[in-house]
Design a binder for this molecule. Structure first.
Ligand code: XLS
Ligand code: NI
Ligand code: NI
Length: 437
């Protein structure tokens, strides 16, 4: 295998917590069973093609630094096909079982839609044969509706019908390729589905167009027999000033209003949650309360930089919270943990891609172990159950059962007097969590 892209890097072994080998897992042991299920099935880790294979690591102040010796730097289909081998070698060596892509990450955009589609088909041939060879699967596909200049004022929410049409045609193809590759999902992230200024924007019309677009996608999926899960990925801004799918609550409201809640779940990304002024746990809980948590873009932001810095998640507190939510939900069905993350611009060598993914996977393995232990211990769940136990009987049960109105509540208070309530015990619970971390 002299054509390997990472000849000096072996398949990353699990060596356990005492290992000092930076290219080994300390906690992620694929087949280790936790709570009745192997670790790998809890996580369903995904590699984000756009970052791991394509991100040059540029920032607004300087060009990309990333070294990709296998890439000839051109936009040729041949080069794109060569990258497929590299992507699968990377996933095999890190033990990642899924990947996610945008149409334009895997294949170049041509001068016409026809040309773009032909290139995509050629790369899809390569992806399909690599999937067969390795057993690696497509977690979800998507279309890049934000990079090409035609989309500078939006795609489905562009004021220009010709642009809407182009976006529809592009998603049609991306959906068909996702279907062909056995994709378990299809994601909509509306990078430019929002506005830069309200002075030139008909917000109501744009929202209706977005809904129409999503309905067309659902209809087309049905037509071609795609039964994968659709996701919408909340993010409040960047690149737009305001993005319509700004957070979980906004997405759910939009989906409900436009009769789409049966068809789309949420794909929640940590860095987007914090950009929206929420914690990841908040966004997950809001989605779960609606039965709409579908998948996760696993990354993290920087507390001191206000952008979507897409860093690899290494914070055990964060991964514990995410895994507590997932365990509570009963785990993923179609979704997974897609590393929508990139190394820093300063970490430009190919080996840094390995360090980054290993770190993320190990952080989630620890989060899973901690979350599982917290659940087995039971004190946290018991505390929460006790906290709401006044709704289990008496007036509480009647409130919950909607058997009483204000008049009965008034009568109750007149007979019972001032309620005495216990402490919320936040600090005690924070200490309890730290017992496990
Ligand atoms: C960008 C988004 C994007 C989506 C896929 O901020 O996270 O990468 O996940 O279009
Ligand atoms: Ni994302
Ligand atoms: Ni993002």
């Amino acid at each position: 295998m002299s054509s390997e892209a990472f000849p000096d890097i072996p398949v990353i072994p699990f060596e356990g917590p005492d290992s000092r080998n930076p290219l080994a897992f300390k906690h992620y042991d694929k087949e280790e069973v936790i709570g009745g299920k192997p670790m790998k099935d809890h996580f369903r880790f995904g590699m984000a093609y756009w970052h791991t294979m394509r991100n040059p690591l540029a920032d607004p102040f300087g060009p990309g630094t990333s070294q990709k010796p296998w890439d000839d730097g051109t936009d040729s289909v041949e080069n794109a096909v060569k990258r497929v081998d590299v992507a699968f070698e990377f996933m095999q060596k890190t033990g990642i079982d899924f990947y996610c892509f945008h149409d334009r990450d895997v294949a170049p955009e041509g001068a016409t839609l026809k040309e773009s589609n032909e290139s995509l088909d050629r790369v899809a041939d390569a992806l399909e044969s690599k999937q067969k060879e390795t057993g690696i699967k497509l977690l979800w596909g998507t279309a890049c509706l934000f990079a090409h200049p035609r989309y500078n004022q939006g795609a489905a929410t562009s004021p220009y019908a010709e642009v809407f049409a182009y976006a529809g045609a592009q998603v049609k193809k991306a959906l068909e390729v996702t279907h062909r590759l056995g994709g378990e999902g299809y994601t909509f992230w509306g990078g430019r589905e929002g506005y830069s200024t309200l002075w030139n924007t008909n917000l109501k019309q744009e929202l209706e167009h977005l809904a129409a677009f999503l309905h067309m996608a659902v209809d087309h999926a049905r037509k071609i027999g795609f039964t994968g899960q659709f996701y919408i990925e909340p993010k409040p801004r960047e690149p737009s000033t305001h993005q319509y799918d700004s957070d979980s609550a906004a997405c759910l409201n939009f989906l409900r209003e436009h009769d789409l809640l049966d068809h789309l779940k949420l794909n929640i990304e940590t860095n987007h949650a914090t950009l929206a002024g929420h914690s990841m746990m908040h966004e997950l809980e809001v989605a779960m309360a609606a039965g709409a948590l579908g998948s996760i873009d696993a990354n993290t932001g920087d507390e001191l930089i206000g952008w979507d810095t897409d860093q690899f998640p290494t914070n055990i507190y964060l991964t514990t919270q995410i895994m507590l939510c997932l365990l509570k939900m009963g785990g993923f069905t179609t979704g997974g943990l897609n590393f929508d993350a990139k190394p820093r611009r300063e970490s430009f060598e190919p080996v840094d891609l390995f360090h980054a993914h290993i770190g993320g996977m190990d952080a989630f393995a620890r989060g899973l172990k901690v979350a599982h232990a917290i659940r087995e211990d039971g004190r946290l769940d018991q505390f929460v159950a006790d906290r709401y136990s006044s709704y289990d009987s008496g007036i509480g049960a009647k409130i919950q059962g909607r058997e009483v109105g204000f008049e009965q509540l008034e009568a109750h208070v007149l007979s019972q007097g001032e309620p005495s309530i216990p402490s919320g015990r936040q600090e005690m619970l924070e200490n309890l969590i730290n017992e496990f971390i």
